[in-house]
Design a protein around this ligand. Structure first.
Ligand SMILES: [Ca+2]
Length: 533
């Protein structure tokens, strides 16, 4: 007859990381009743032993709640110092957790950034030069939800999806629960005929997921919002361009909104011609070309962010009510930054700080009190998130991941050799906004490679934090420019090298195109969405 210990050992591999007492309970239910009667004295004794060995609370890997906003610039949260936008729930996560002061995306556009969030690979790695921006099937095999699911996590995704997928990839199969919820329109018709804003709907789904969470396994839940992305097809100022949910109706109505800090027309006029005629300027005309339109639209944009915060508050309440708050790490960030009229621009895509910087708040309930409320100065990237998630899940980090776990930084450690610069790029929207570069601690280099000749920017953040001067043409900076070029080449060549010449890319696209590659669509069906989201 097998001993009770033997039974526990037999069961234990099937319930990896479940506490010893849960394995014991499972052994009790697994063992035949007749034998149980014979063994009950022994089991009782062994149970007491196991109880005394029960790991401390929190030994089960943490749940992970990944909240991802769309097109949210870093400074538009109360905890980042915004004096108008109210975000009390996210601010509380930062006060009890940590806030990354220098968080960036390596590509500032929805679908690529989201692909990076999943694959842990730079765009130049997760796509090939002749297939950009479609993600390689190989890269998706180790996307973090798949790794976590294999590690025993229950996984869910609700909200924006928007991945450029390879043929044959079935997103629904990658998660235990999945529902892509897009915008256009933001307000969805519910079964009873009422309308529900996408932000609220995504959180409704998240709350259902949390309420149905079994206690014997951890979960990883993505709530990926469409807010505060503009509704590109509706240019009516306010509720048209930036539809907010009813929870924030009337918010900021009595607040005057100051003009963009970098809104001086002289800043726009100093731009090279190709950027003055780019999509960044085209969309500025949609929403910001009069002070009145700007104020109405900025107010609506701020409401969308407060709408997210309000819905996040409901999710936090649901976590607490489900008894899961004590072991759930919460990450709040965005897929890219945003020009809210700065430099005469709307949108993202290009290399300036407003486009690349994103908020990043991490709340880890396991943090001791003296480690809470910190501002982390190290550079954190969207490409780091998958490595961080698998680290928290105590799963092996896939070799394909290019980022580094942020977990030590969250704990308050200072890992040696942490990056002091990173490769950044935008490989679509040719020829105006295709660029590659390096964002360093002091210098920023960007090369718009489809211009003829390529157009380079070099900014010195120490003397010019707003990047208003381009030092690339100043011979006094020739050695710095050379260093930054070389670093850019080195990083680029480590990730697939330069893109093919524009003419070749156009030809390839024409040959391959016409619907062969699966086009992005937030609902996963129907016609492709705009290629500039
Ligand atoms: Ca976006």
């Amino acid at each position: 007859m097998r001993s009770t210990w033997g039974l526990v050992r037999q069961v234990r591999p099937k319930c990896q990381r479940i506490t010893a007492i849960r394995c014991y309970n499972r052994a009790l239910t697994t063992f035949p009743k007749a034998h149980f009667r014979l063994m009950k004295t022994s089991l009782l004794f062994t149970g007491l032993m196991l109880l005394s060995m029960q790991p401390a609370p929190g030994a089960q890997p943490p749940n992970i709640l990944f909240l991802l906003a769309d097109d949210q610039r870093q400074d538009t949260l109360g905890c980042y110092g915004h004096d108008i936008v109210q975000t009390p729930n996210i601010d509380r996560l930062a006060a009890d957790g940590v806030r990354f002061q220098n968080a960036f995306v390596t590509t500032s556009i929805c679908w690529v950034s989201r692909a990076i969030n999943l694959t842990g690979q730079w765009a130049r790695t997760h796509a090939t030069p002749d297939s950009m921006p479609t993600v390689k099937a190989e890269s998706l095999k180790t996307m973090f939800p798949v790794v976590l699911k294999q590690a025993g996590y229950r996984t869910g995704h609700f909200g924006k999806w928007h991945l450029m997928e390879p043929k044959g990839f079935v997103k629904e199969d990658q998660y235990d629960e999945f529902e892509a919820i897009g915008r256009n329109p933001y307000f969805k018709t519910m079964p009873d005929g009422s309308k529900r804003h996408e932000t609220d709907l995504v959180c409704d789904k998240g709350i259902e997921f949390i309420k149905s969470q079994p206690k014997d396994k951890p979960f990883c839940l993505n709530l990926w919002f469409n807010a505060a992305h503009a509704e590109d097809n509706d240019h009516r100022p306010g509720i048209g361009l930036y539809p907010w949910p009813p929870s924030v109706d009337g918010m900021y109505e009595d607040r005057s909104i100051p003009p963009p800090r970098l809104g001086d027309p002289a800043i726009f006029e100093a731009m090279p011609e190709f950027l003055k005629q780019s999509i960044n300027r085209e969309r500025w005309y949609w929403g910001y070309d009069t002070p009145e339109k700007f104020e109405t639209n900025a107010r609506a944009y701020y409401r969308m962010i407060s709408g997210i915060d309000h819905a996040v508050g409901r999710v936090l309440k649901a976590l607490a009510e489900a008894g899961l708050a004590e072991n759930t790490i919460i990450v709040y960030t965005a897929d890219n930054g945003y020009y809210l009229g700065d430099r005469g621009f709307q949108g993202k895509w290009s290399h300036f700080e407003e486009s690349l910087r994103v908020p990043l708040v991490v709340y880890d309930p396991r943090l001791p009190k003296d480690k809470r409320g910190r501002v982390v100065p190290q550079m954190a990237l969207n490409v780091d998130l998958p490595a961080t998630f698998v680290d928290w899940a105590e799963a092996a980090k896939p070799a394909a991941y290019e980022g580094s776990s942020l977990a030590p930084l969250v704990r308050g450690e200072a890992p040696e050799g942490w990056r002091k610069s990173f490769f950044c790029e935008h490989v679509d929207l040719a020829p105006s906004i295709t660029w590659e570069g390096i964002r360093g601690q002091r210098y920023v280099y960007a090369r718009y490679f489809d211009q003829k000749p390529p157009f380079e920017f070099l900014h010195d953040l120490d003397s010019d934090p707003d990047e208003l001067k381009n030092l690339a043409l100043d011979p006094a900076n020739a050695s710095t420019l050379k260093e930054m070029r070389e670093l850019c080449d080195q990083e680029m060549n480590a990730r697939g090298g330069p893109l093919l010449p524009l003419e070749q890319r156009k030809s390839l696209k024409a040959e391959k195109g016409k619907g062969k590659a699966k086009a992005p669509n937030q609902k996963g069906k129907g016609k492709a969405k705009s290629a500039v989201e």
